[in-house]
Every structure is written in C-alpha cells, then in structure tokens.
Design a protein around this ligand. Sequence first.
Ligand SMILES: NC(=O)c1ccc[n+]([C@@H]2O[C@H](COP(=O)([O-])OP(=O)(O)OC[C@H]3O[C@@H](n4cnc5c(N)ncnc54)[C@H](OP(=O)(O)O)[C@@H]3O)[C@@H](O)[C@H]2O)c1
Length: 309
Amino acid sequence: MALLFHSSGDSPEAWKAALLALEPGLDFRIFPETGNPAEIEFALGWAFPPGALAALPNLKCLCSLGAGVDHVFRDSTLPKGLPVVRLVDDAMADDMGDWVALNVLRFHRRDPEYRRFQTERRWVRLDQPYAKDRRVGILGIGFLGQAVARRLSAFGFPLAGWSRRPKRVPGVESFHGPEQLDAFLARTDILAILVPATPATENLMDARRLARLPKGAAIVNAARGRIIVDEALLAALDSGHISVAALDVFREEPLPSEHPYWCHPKVLVFPHIAAYTDPETAAAQVVDNLRRARAGAPLQNLVDMQAGY
Ligand SMILES: NC(=O)c1ccc[n+]([C@@H]2O[C@H](COP(=O)([O-])OP(=O)(O)OC[C@H]3O[C@@H](n4cnc5c(N)ncnc54)[C@H](OP(=O)(O)O)[C@@H]3O)[C@@H](O)[C@H]2O)c1
C-alpha cells in the first residue's frame, strides 16, 4: 500500500521519518510525484489540489493533516463515499489549551489596557473582577473545546459550552443547537471559538450574534476565520460593544497586509499557531488508520461527511 502526502505547510521529510519509524517499508510518495496512481491506497495531507484524489482509483482513506477538515470539502471532485479521517491528538489539545488560556487570562487580567497605559507612561490601577465573576463560553465543545475547558477549570471561571447535540462535560454548563445559542452568548464575557467551519457555522458570529454578547465582551478565535463576519466584528470593536479580540485564524491566510485587523488597537493577530500538528505525536494514529484501511477494519476519528466535521 502506497501513501500519498501533500501539504504546503508541513514537512514531508518529518512525516516520512515519523511514519517509517513505525511502519518500515512504507511506500511514502509526495504529491505530485504520485507514480502509478493505482498503487496509492492512503492519502495524508492538507488541501490536496482539486481533482488530485479523484485520480487515485484505489484510494481507501484520506487522512486530514490536522483536526479541521474544511479544506477537504473545497474539492468538489472528492470521490463519493471516500472515508475521511482527521487527527485527534493530545499534544495538539495541550497546545490549544495553552493558547486559549493565555488570551483568556490576558483579557481577564485587563492586560490590553495595561499595555496601553505603558505606552502612555501612566501608572493606573484598574478594578479587577474575580475569576468566579468572569464567564467564559466555549463555542464548540468537542475534543479541543473540552481540552480548553479542562485548562480553564483550574482558574475558577464559570464555564459553558455550545455544541450541536446535547453534551455532558464535567464543570461546564451545556447549551446546544441554534435555539440555545442566544442564551449561551448572553451569559458569556469571554468567548472562545472552537467550532469547525461547516455550512452551518459559516458567518455564525454576525452582527446580530455579536450583539447578544454582553457589552465589553472579549473574543478568542482559534477555529476558522469564516465563522466571524469581519465587518461586523470591526464595527462591534469600534463601538466598544466588543472590547478586544485575539484572532489566530482568518478568511484569507496569510492575513493580507492591507487588512484592518493588522493595525486595529483592539485586535491581537496570530499567524495560525494556536496548535501545531506534530508528526512525532500524530504519526501513530496515522499508521493505525493505515493498517485498518489495509485490513478493511473500521477507521478511527472518522469525519461525518453529512455534518461536515
Ligand atoms: N488554530 C489552530 O491552530 C487550530 C488547530 C486545530 C484545530 N483548529 C480548529 O478547531 C476546530 C475544532 O476541532 P475539534 O477537534 O475540537 O473538533 P470536534 O471534536 O469535532 O468538535 C467540534 C465541536 O463543535 C460542535 N459543532 C459543530 N458544528 C456545530 C453546529 N452547527 N452547531 C453547534 N455546535 C457545533 C460539535 O458539536 P457536537 O459535540 O454535538 O458534535 C463539537 O462540540 C477544528 O475544526 C479546526 O477548525 C484550529
């Protein structure tokens, strides 16, 4: 069974070394050096060019090179019925927990205001609410959202999560479905976005939904840029309804140099670094699914192609 790799952002050499350490003799090929397409049975990658996978007649599985799979759905020629799996990696979850906690704590402890005072050489001491009075909401409480909740639980913030289906997560008030979204937002002072980009979540945080957040709320987006309507967020920041936003993901990446986010005084821009995919930690699950695909056994971390994540 040959594996075909493609990514513009991940190192093929690092992936090859990590996979071969677990599966010596693996026939690892790098797109577009496909060789005989009929020999490729497993594809591992990020954003294969549209049509590339449809040209592989014996493909048994596509493994996304990350937790998100929105890039997979951009290919309208994706073979119907092709099983797609994604990475579910504890190391990635730890990274995500750190990054979201960094920004939640930054906003809770009013760091953006202190940084501004520093540039003005002003010694100002602001009121500081207790963590028990700062409500954090996690929009999308799946694998990564729950890792964030575990990290944040140490600080004592009242936590809530929003999901598609009802969910029980220890220490987290549960909201689900579109009908409970407004109530979830209304009780959220700091919103951490970790919901996947799907047709159902595209533009989810529009002007109306942003207005449901309490005045002065903060936003931390670690999911995808398409979930927020940028013009609506900029207007809410300018009006003061939203106090600050930490953004790791954008509709267009890299963020174009002329984009207003770059220089906005209330926006912190990060270059999609919240959680990396590390071949060292993730290779074992790729090899496990490779062996399962080869044996015709059920795959792990399968994507629900109807739901889009
Ligand atoms: N910035 C970065 O570096 C980085 C790194 C990795 C991943 N990510 C992003 O993080 C996202 C989440 O990853 P994950 O592994 O936590 O995914 P996951 O385990 O599939 O969890 C997704 C969560 O979102 C909820 N959800 C999905 N569609 C919904 C809808 N229409 N309405 C309400 N809730 C909905 C799911 O609800 P149910 O529980 O009911 O299914 C689940 O709770 C990825 O898709 C990716 O975009 C970003």
